[in-house]
Design a protein. Structure first.
Length: 579
């Protein structure tokens, strides 16, 4: 190769390096010209697509449709940009522990008693979550009836903007080596792909610990084709009802940050649509508020029925999470999830560590802090505000060294157990009531027990031994995780907790709840709502099972995937249509 060619090659390499450092890692500042507060909206406006919820699925969907059509995004929360609670990994938990009405996280407690959280911010769950980024398995893609090639292209479109390789440090490395040692094989290295064995997955945090969210996918939007209204809460979808044809969605009623009412309608054109991407709680709730749901339940709330659909709000699931805290004699890094063991037993092993998690000077357990509602020390039904307060107080009084260590957690696949969602009132700002029925199906419980078995083995592995005190057997660690002075009721007479009891008593959420508008029940395979026209649901509420080990990659992918499919179909169907 001549000198000249070498120079070209080097210049190209330098260019690639420059691009990867300056474009990939720089955090988007979110100064979108098309984003504004809802109060600036006209009383009445018209669009080709109205997307309800600018969350994990809504943002990529809106960005895609805006290439060729006029799109309105209505997001009840504010902007994630400029909020350090959202932008920084070290602040994980800050937003989740803020229970004020303006918090980007809205807390809810399921009827099971497990304390949980849902997003209320542009970017949705990606602004609150632990960042782990991993694709669905090829089997999941096939079972969903998706086109594999288009799915891969959609994942890549997402990954270019939000996915990174994590920096592995000592503690996460020990968990990985432990998983390999106990036979969770093969070693799949770093990959987004879902296959059996142990891997390092992706993350939406870059190497500076900055979060990249679904809102960043709006960089792909056509600025002339999109309007994003913040602080706009949708109260109802409006339908045009004509005898002899299905009710057709044609507009929405929303309120701005000052409480003023606005209406947005679809432009004329039979292909224009309203798309609900309000998440697993918001989407079934909004369908019911709009008259699509179980007739008797709607009647009880004085909601006029548009379509009697008993399956709205059914099939709600939350994958149970159980974890064991392992105090460490050695310092550990602050880490959220980086490694996962995908076992053939239907359980996924993940882990998080940190000595001083909350970012500030406070002592905290990050993903497992009672401040964010995680409380494994008392059984779900006993997680009262009083118990929470005591747990937080207790935590605040512990010595710093008590926080040195990490949690090894397990999440079961599926799950098989399901529950349901119901309205409590007609206010979309308030949570509906939901029950997930954790471990109702015996297979779910079996999977949990086997998962605890894997965690035990990792803790006892040679590779993990530097991060564990020698004199602390797993039975003691489980006992420590499951009981505390906070728990005033007498515990089981056994000296150590059985794995079954441990699963039930220490169950927490990993926030992967889904369902309520499932494919094949409430929507068809194109995500069109059955029984009505011009309405789809695209988000985690459509899932029958949680995709991959963690869902966010697939939720973002789905937004892009459905958007591309809609564009392709319209281009093929009616090229001369008004836009
Ligand atoms: C704390 C936490 C940690 C997690 N960790 C991970 C992880 O590490 N990896 C992973 O893959 N997944 C993780 N998840 C799960 C993942 O983030 C969610 O499954 C995903 O974000 C859900 O996307 P969605 O589009 O279904 O809903 P959302 O992203 O919640 O979007 C719904 C949007 O609709 C808006 N909305 C609702 N109702 C209305 C209304 N009436 N009017 C207007 N707007 C409305 C909401 O404000 C919200 O922005 C985590 C989630 C949480 C909360
Ligand atoms: C947005 O911010 C970036 C980085 O600060 C800047 O380069 C860009 O010009 C800004 N765009 C607008 C429309 O203000
Ligand atoms: C938008 O509304 C929010 C909430 O009321 C407010 O905090 C913010 O200042 C408003 N922004 C602008 C630009 O008016
Ligand atoms: C918009 O609606 C408000 C009431 O919600 C009303 O006071 C105002 O006059 C309306 N503006 C226009 C331009 O119609
Ligand atoms: C950040 O979180 C803290 C603790 O929950 C809260 O007090 C503060 O108001 C939050 N800040 C922002 C900008 O939301
Ligand atoms: C999609 O990508 C995965 C790897 O991520 C690969 O296994 C699969 O074969 C690809 N599917 C298609 C249809 O290209
Ligand atoms: C429904 O309407 C009836 C009659 O107007 C009223 O008595 C009842 O309280 C209403 N119920 C609800 C849940 O709003
Ligand atoms: C996983 O399943 C295999 C096969 O059924 C079983 O032998 C093994 O004990 C299980 N592992 C754990 C940790 O329970
Ligand atoms: C577990 O805790 C109970 C009290 O809650 C105690 O009686 C028992 O000895 C402990 N078991 C182990 C193995 O430490
Ligand atoms: C004690 O634990 C064992 C196994 O862990 C279980 O079989 C037994 O039923 C338990 N006894 C009580 C009283 O909980
Ligand atoms: C979208 O618009 C672009 C140019 O703006 C055009 O090339 C493309 O064919 C259009 N696609 C669809 C699906 O309408």
């Amino acid at each position: 190769m001549g000198l000249w060619s070498w120079r070209v090659l080097l210049a190209a390499l330098a260019g690639i390096l420059f691009f990867s450092q300056h474009c990939r890692a720089s955090q988007y500042v979110g100064n979108y010209t098309f984003m504004q507060n809802a109060s600036s909206a006209a009383n009445i406006s018209y669009y080709d697509y109205i997307i309800i919820g600018g969350g994990t699925a809504g943002c990529p969907l809106a960005a895609t449709l805006s290439q060729n059509y006029s799109v309105l995004v209505l997001e009840r929360g504010g902007s994630p940009y400029g909020n350090p609670n959202i932008s920084n990994l070290a602040a994980f938990g800050a937003a989740l522990s803020d229970t004020s009405a303006t918090s980007p996280a809205q807390r809810f407690i399921s009827e099971d008693g497990v304390i949980n959280s849902r997003a209320r911010v542009l970017g949705g769950g990606t602004c609150l979550n632990a960042g782990f980024y991993t694709r669905a398995s090829p089997n999941y893609v096939r079972d969903a009836g998706w086109d594999g090639k288009a799915v891969n292209e959609s994942y890549e479109w997402v990954e270019k903007v939000v996915a990174f390789e994590p920096q592995m440090k000592q503690w996460q490395t020990a968990v990985r080596e432990g998983l390999l040692e106990i036979g969770v094989l093969p070693n799949n290295g770093f990959t987004f792909d879902h296959s059996y064995g142990t891997k390092v997955g992706g993350t939406i945090f870059d190497n500076d610990g900055h979060r990249h969210t679904a809102a960043d996918l709006l960089q792909y939007a056509n600025p002339n084709g999109i309007t994003v209204l913040l602080h706009s809460t949708v109260y109802r979808i409006m339908f045009r009802i004509k005898d002899g044809s299905k009710p057709r969605a044609h507009g929405v009623i929303f309120r701005d940050e000052s409480g003023h009412k606005h209406k947005a309608y679809l432009n004329h054109g039979s292909k224009n649509e309203i798309i609900v991407s309000a998440g697993a709680l918001g989407s079934p709730q909004l369908l019911m508020l709009s008259g699509i749901g179980p007739a008797q339940h709607l009647k009880d709330h004085n909601i006029s029925i548009v379509f009697d659909q008993p399956l709205v709000g059914q099939g709600m699931s939350d994958n149970p999470m159980n974890a064991i805290f392992v105090p460490s004699p050695l310092p550990v890094e602050v880490s959220l999830i980086q490694v996962v063991g995908i076992t053939t037993n239907g359980t996924y092993i993940e882990a998080a560590s940190g000595e001083n998690f909350a970012g500030s000077s406070s002592r905290d357990y990050g993903m497992f802090s009672p401040k964010i509602g995680q409380l494994s020390k008392v059984p779900p039904k006993q997680r009262t505000p009083e118990a929470m307060r005591k747990a937080i107080e207790l935590m605040n009084n512990l010595e710093q060294v008590a926080f040195r260590g990490g949690f090894i957690l397990e999440k079961i696949m599926g799950p098989i157990s399901t529950g349901h969602l119901q309205l409590q009132n007609r206010d979309p700002n308030e949570n509906p009531s939901v029950i997930f029925n954790y471990f109702k199906h015996p297979r779910d419980l079996e999977r949990c027990i086997e998962g605890i078995g894997f965690i035990e083995k990792v803790i006892e592995s040679k590779a993990f031994s530097p991060f564990k005190y020698e004199n602390m057997p797993v039975s003691l660690l489980m006992n420590l995780t499951a009981s505390s002075p906070v728990n005033l009721l007498p515990r089981h007479t056994n000296s150590s907790v059985s794995a079954e009891q441990f699963c039930r008593d220490t169950v927490m959420t990993i926030w992967h709840y889904h369902g309520g508008c499932q494919v094949g029940r409430v929507v068809d395979r194109d995500y069109k709502v059955l029984g009505v026209e011009s309405l789809r649901v695209v988000d985690g509420s459509t899932f029958n099972f949680c995709p991959g080990t963690n869902p966010q990659a697939t939720v973002m992918m789905l937004g892009r995937y459905v958007g591309v499919k809609i564009l392709k179909e319209r281009l093929g169907a009616a090229p001369a249509e008004t836009m």
